[in-house]
Design a protein around this ligand. Structure first.
Ligand SMILES: Cc1cc2nc3c(=O)[nH]c(=O)nc-3n(C[C@H](O)[C@H](O)[C@H](O)COP(=O)(O)O)c2cc1C
Length: 172
């Protein structure tokens, strides 16, 4: 799948088939996270590939989206650009998972109140931040990305407020 198809096909998948995901695919997906940009190229990010069913089941206490074959935990050191560095890695991971035909979801909001508990569960050192969890698996149903604003509604040419000429609009 090419990059633009992956961007368009990516969607938040929260229900999965009870199918495992090969470790080789998971490594490819995490590798996309590894290659993401980071402030000063510090790369203070680490990942856990979670395939153990008993751990995945416990993660369902955060949000019931971990009936997936696997999950990826994104961990960052608390540096100046930690949020940006982690976010870049997460997006690359979501796109790579999509490109390989898997469903995924950025789980951060529901993780926040459970971060301490989840860090203990996963053995993550206290001083590091568990930024996001990403279930990866075969989607239970087909579906579409949540609707997005139209390009011309949010994009200007040269100066704020100047609309794009019709010919450069690329909504579909
Ligand atoms: C910073 C951030 C935090 C998110 N946290 C959660 C979450 O905790 N649980 C969840 O189900 N989805 C979460 N999402 C996914 C969004 O709900 C989803 O991306 C949005 O509704 C748009 O849908 P789409 O991914 O299909 O485009 C999060 C997304 C982002 C970017």
């Amino acid at each position: 799948m090419d990059l633009f198809s992956a961007i368009k096909n990516r969607r938040s998948v929260r229900l999965f088939q009870d199918k495992s995901v090969p470790l080789e695919d998971l490594k490819k997906i995490v590798d996309a996270g590894r290659l993401a940009p980071s402030g000063y190229n510090l790369q203070k990010r680490e990942f856990i590939i979670i395939t153990d069913k008993s751990i995945l089941l416990r993660l369902n206490d955060i949000q019931p989206v971990f009936d997936a074959g696997a999950a990826i935990a994104v961990i960052v050191e608390k540096t100046k650009y930690a949020i940006e560095d982690a976010s870049a890695a997460v997006e690359n991971i979501l796109l790579a998972a999509t490109a390989l035909g898997y469903g995924s979801c950025w789980i951060e909001g529901t993780l926040i109140p459970h971060e301490k508990w989840a860090k203990e569960l996963l053995g993550i050192p206290k001083e590091k931040k568990l930024f996001a969890l990403i279930p990866i698996g075969v989607p239970l149903t087909s579906g579409e990305q949540a609707p997005k604003k139209r390009l011309e509604e949010i994009t200007y040419l040269n100066l704020y407020g100047v609309k794009l000429p019709q010919s450069t609009q690329t909504n579909d």
